[in-house]
Ligand binder design. Structure first.
Ligand code: PEP
Ligand code: MN
Length: 335
């Protein structure tokens, strides 16, 4: 629900109104429009009616927000959210590129790939230390040792690190060492994990679940935001369909749909979205043309030897050429 205020509402009257909203157990969000000032109410608004605000004469009218996500809703926050990690940004109109291996495998591997992708213009380094593998017998990641290696790679390249958190027991380590916490597709609706991560107030990359709708993705973001984290990038990484030619079906229409529904930046993962390295370039270019704020791309120096997702990993050389094409597409569509 949104209270649209009359022009020049007295500050003490506005404070009174805010207090009333908070007394109803709601979070109040300022929404500055071009000529109007509005107060957005997030929380359980199902029992509210416009006449509950009739006694506040500074309220011009009340707008019901139909969608269940409020803080993530563009109506609550018309301007785009911009996520900053030092000089590295997602959502400011530039194209953020998060690149690196599926998993951290060794110091030489992560340093070599990190240096290569940094040289080609990547803006963040990815690498899984804790891996959500479908088989319990598959490589599960290097765990804490992997986090240590990511820290070394960050110190050598200056690239902020993006890595997946799977378990509440690692929250402290991630809070201390990780720049952007990735919540993977399989955990998008792990609500207890979302609540805990939300409390950290750190940047988060939230991936769309394998079989989740766009609205469910936005509700997952709402969990994080209700906990106090506002720097959230949403990631389209392909969904399950009947198609078997690709690992998943990359839903590129999610980009413009999300951009209309939410102020949060949108990142596309053409690696997990397709499962085949040859398809990464065309889908990365298409995602850029569709208006994505960023890409997350798996890059491996020896894909045929990768411990995880080698078939969808591109080499540093292919990544280098791709970066050049991405720049040109980004410039063309944003001209
Ligand atoms: C990943 O990015 O390494 C990953 C496991 O992605 P997803 O959660 O999208 O499968
Ligand atoms: Mn992977």
């Amino acid at each position: 629900m949104i209270a649209v205020l009359k022009p020049n509402a007295a500050p003490e009257k506005e404070a009174e109104l805010r207090q009333y909203m908070q007394s109803l157990g709601l979070t109040v969000q300022d929404i500055a429009g071009e000529s109007t000032h509005m107060l957005g109410m997030a929380g359980d608004t199902s029992h509210l009616t416009p006449d509950m605000f009739a006694r506040f004469d500074i309220v011009d009218h009340i707008v019901k927000v139909r969608e269940s996500y409020k803080l993530a809703n563009r109506r609550f926050h018309p301007d785009n959210t911009v996520i900053r990690c030092g000089n590295h940004v997602i959502g400011d109109g530039s194209l953020a590129v998060i690149a690196g291996p599926c998993s951290v495998e060794s110091e030489e591997q992560i340093l070599s790939i990190a240096r290569d992708v940094a040289r080609s213009g990547a803006t963040f380094l990815r690498g899984g230390a804790f891996k959500p593998r479908s088989s319990p017998y598959a490589f599960q990641g290097m765990g804490m040792d992997g986090l240590e290696l990511l820290k070394i790679a960050r110190s050598k390249t200056g690239l902020p690190i993006v890595t997946e958190l799977m378990d509440n027991s690692h929250l402290d380590a991630f809070e201390k060492y990780v720049d952007v916490i990735q919540i993977g597709a399989r955990n998008m609706q792990n609500f207890s994990l979302l609540r805990e991560v939300g409390r950290l107030k750190k940047p988060i990359l939230l991936k769309r679940g394998l079989a989740n709708t766009i609205d469910e993705l936005l509700m997952a973001a709402e969990y994080l935001m209700a906990g106090g984290s506002f720097d959230i990038a949403l990631c389209e990484r392909g969904i399950r369909t009947f198609e078997t030619a690709t690992r998943n079906t990359l839903d590129l229409s999610a980009v413009p749909v999300l951009k209309a529904k939410t102020h949060l930046p949108v990142v596309v993962d053409p690696s997990h979205g397709t499962g085949h390295w040859e398809l990464v370039e065309p889908m990365a270019l298409a995602a850029t043309a569709a208006g994505a704020d960023g890409l997350i791309i798996e890059v491996h120096n020896t894909p045929h030897l990768a411990l995880c997702d080698g078939a969808q990993s591109i080499t540093p050389e292919v990544f280098h050429t791709l970066m050049d094409k991405l720049r040109r597409v980004h410039e063309a569509v944003n001209r």
